[in-house]
Write a protein that binds this ligand. Structure first.
Ligand code: 13P
Ligand code: ZN
Length: 261
């Protein structure tokens, strides 16, 4: 295996992998992660694999991506065998494997399409994580929880700081085939505005400046989902903060402009 050394990024993969496994969100090989790197000037991709979608904003850049079938609990011990380095060609239509694990996640179309969108709309977000938290997935089975707005309004109002972490609320993509370009393109559209995107019946995707920052947002939404189900199990249909309370809190912290009521 060709070696590469991105110490900070590998530490980020290791810590996030350990955390996803410890929380039980990434069962078996569930979930995947990637980090976008700047252009790799003197490294050339040998194989030119055609991308399912053009990613012009990634031309010449590189991505570290978890391998398909890799386990978060093993990434959390030693990330090196589980992460691959890929470079996007200068035409933005092909990619090539450079080093490390050479069997990319089946969600490569989503990771590449989202990185392309982030490069344009939120370039500081270099990291993407996808995982399967049970309390979030359970929400999709409630008939009324059928949009990002419906889910955001219901669960982010259950704790007074949740909207502060996620003032734009949650993005939402209807069920699509795992690993499909449809799932990738719909997610890329949703990340234009949202740091978290719900994948109906499947899981959730987060973007952040680092994987650790993405984990922060996942923790917030998962906490809210758990509060929701705890209350429901107690026979309470929670109303949460009023819209006025939410707006007041966001205003006090200078975040109201990011909220779309
Ligand atoms: P990979 O192991 O191919 O990354 O797939 C896991 C997954 O969760 C797909 O959505
Ligand atoms: Zn998945």
């Amino acid at each position: 295996m060709t070696k590469f050394s991105y110490t900070d990024e590998l530490d980020d993969f290791k810590n996030a992998g350990a955390w996803l496994a410890r929380r039980g969100w990434s069962e078996a090989a569930g979930g995947n992660m990637s980090i976008r790197l700047d252009a790799l000037a003197d490294v050339h991709e040998d194989d030119h694999i055609e991308l399912p979608v053009a990613v012009p904003n990634l031309a010449g850049k590189a991505v570290l991506l978890t391998g398909s079938g890799t386990r978060a609990r093993e990434i959390g011990v030693d990330p090196v065998p589980h992460i691959g380095l890929y470079k996007i060609s200068d035409d933005g239509r092909h990619y090539g494997w450079i080093a490390g694990n050479d069997k990319p996640s089946c969600e490569l179309p989503a990771h590449f399409a989202i990185h392309d969108m982030l490069e344009q709309h939120r370039p500081e977000d270099k990291a993407i994580l996808h995982t399967h938290p049970a309390s979030v997935i359970s929400l999709y089975h409630e008939a009324t929880m059928n949009s990002g707005k419906a889910i955001s309004d219901k669960i982010l109002s259950l704790q007074s700081e949740a909207w502060l972490h996620l003032p734009e609320g949650l993005g939402y993509v209807k069920h699509a085939l795992p690993g499909s370009l449809d799932l990738g393109l719909a997610s890329a559209e949703a990340v234009k505005r949202h740091h978290l995107v719900l994948w109906q019946y499947h899981g959730i995707l987060a973007t952040g400046e680092t994987l650790a920052a993405g984990c922060d947002k996942l923790e917030v939404v998962e906490k809210c989902a758990r509060v929701y189900w705890t209350l429901r199990a107690a026979g309470i249909d929670p109303k949460g903060l009023t819209l006025a309370d939410t707006k007041h809190t966001l205003e006090a912290f200078g975040q109201l402009h990011r909220f779309d009521s």
